[in-house]
Design a protein around this ligand. Structure first.
Ligand SMILES: Nc1ncnc2c1ncn2[C@@H]1O[C@H](COP(=O)(O)OP(=O)(O)O)[C@@H](O)[C@H]1O
Ligand SMILES: [Mg+2]
Length: 411
């Protein structure tokens, strides 16, 4: 099935659901979350601890088998969940059971129609799952074909020249590149930086081993090449080549996070998911690490999903911001728009938590506490994510949508 994803969208998260089994119940850690990230953009994902930010990131890089929805990367489906389809099948069964109950004489015709509909949904589900499962294989096959096409004329030329040393060199290079292409997975183009640099770095590995691990896993064996890459990346993240032989405990928190960043950018990813990369660091170090990410973004042309639990960290860094509350995306807008016209009461409460630089206004700052049960009446008028002005989405029902639209016009 062809999807119509605009070419400037690098990542599309479409109705992502990640449910965890909790005994006989299900915890909806991420519940129908949708957003696009455009190429070159910094997308901030914000919300309090436990709202599902990390789970969203981990689902994108396929650490979890997602429960429902899809993830598309460069227009290719890289993950697909089955829940949406099984829900549709259950709804069809229910609908047709009711029809049979009210029209018994036509039972067999009705059931036949039902089975046809169910078969259609099943086929759609199978195709989606297969497409996601094969995405890496298809991608590797494409890369291998590119390497083959590049080296075929080179090998022919070297053969024709009769220079056996040159031919051996070209063949060796060809084999090495082909091996890397075969092992490449689409999802390695997305790398994750973790919140806690201490626990995410193996204490028994040297910095060189930690940083080069991804290269080695990807089939690169040339030690000299690996060393060169490690030195290059160390310098890129503000460390020095002498650090390569040391162990994580010899570094400060900020330096450790630089090592974590080095490890993720050595794979030359196009996208980075930075999961609260500065939350564990001293305030004085936070700005340095953010600046580093900003520089890398420019130098390497990265697209970034930046996860944080408070808005102040993402404010200056993000182009667009999504606000999550208990597994749901409650607001999504351009960064400036979100700060100027926050609409969802939860976003307002997050904003009210940011200290103000001016002492006078800081003194008058009032914390807004979000109380969902008092704020919303979702008993009959049901909420969904709606676009209340161009590019500005809020999770609300009809009554709230009207109110928000009026608010925006009134200003
Ligand atoms: N592997 C897991 N198994 C069960 N529950 C999980 C798992 N991972 C996360 N959760 C739960 O999902 C919810 C969201 O967690 P998480 O994505 O880590 O939130 P955040 O990163 O926003 O703090 C939490 O209630 C958490 O306890
Ligand atoms: Mg987290």
């Amino acid at each position: 099935m062809q999807n119509n994803i605009p070419s400037d969208v690098l990542l599309r998260v479409d109705n992502l659901c990640q449910y965890f089994k909790l005994g006989s119940k299900e915890l909806h850690a991420v519940d129908h979350v949708s957003f696009d990230i455009k190429k070159g953009e910094v997308f901030g994902l914000v919300g309090e601890s436990g709202c599902g930010k990390t789970t969203t990131g981990r689902s994108i890089i396929k650490i979890h088998q997602i429960t429902g929805g899809n993830v598309f990367y460069k227009g290719q489906r890289i993950a697909a969940g089955t829940r949406g389809y099984t829900d549709r099948i259950a709804a069809i069964k229910k609908e047709y059971a009711e029809r049979v109950a009210s029209d018994r004489s036509n039972k067999s015709a009705i059931l036949k129609e039902r089975d046809g509909k169910i078969a259609e949904v099943r086929a759609e589900m199978k195709a989606a799952v297969a497409e996601a499962r094969n995405c890496d294989r298809n991608y590797a096959a494409k890369l291998v074909a590119e390497v083959d096409a590049e080296y075929r004329p080179l090998i022919e030329k070297a053969t024709a020249s009769g220079d056996s040393a040159e031919l051996a060199r070209v063949k060796k290079e060809y084999k090495a590149k082909r091996r890397v292409a075969q092992k490449t997975r689409l999802v390695t183009q997305i790398q994750m930086i973790f919140q806690d640099p201490v626990s995410s770095l193996n204490p028994r590995m040297t910095v060189r081993e930690i940083i080069s691990e991804g290269l080695v896993i990807n089939g690169i064996r040339d030690k000299e090449y690996i060393d060169e890459k490690v030195y290059e990346i160390l310098e890129l993240v503000g460390l020095v080549r002498e650090h390569a032989g040391r162990y994580p405990h010899e570094f400060s928190g900020g330096q450790k996070q630089r090592i974590g960043i080095a490890r993720s950018v050595i794979m030359r990813p196009e996208m980075i998911i930075a999961d609260e990369p500065v939350s564990a660091l001293d305030v004085s170090i936070q700005a340095q690490v953010i600046n580093l990410l900003n520089e890398l973004k420019e130098q390497l042309g990265l697209t970034i999903l930046f996860i944080a639990h408070d808005l102040s960290v993402v404010k200056y860094f993000s182009d667009r911001i999504g606000v999550m509350y208990f597994g749901k995306l409650v607001e999504l807008a351009d960064s400036d728009e979100l700060f100027r016209h926050p609409l969802h009461p939860y976003t307002r409460s997050l904003l009210s938590a940011i200290p103000l630089p001016d002492p006078k206004s800081e003194k008058n700052r009032k914390r807004i506490i979000y109380k969902p049960l008092e704020e919303h009446d979702y008993s009959t008028d049901l909420p969904s994510l709606r676009e209340v002005s161009p590019g500005h989405f809020v999770y609300c029902n009809d009554a709230e949508e009207n109110k928000y639209r009026k608010e925006l016009q009134g200003e």
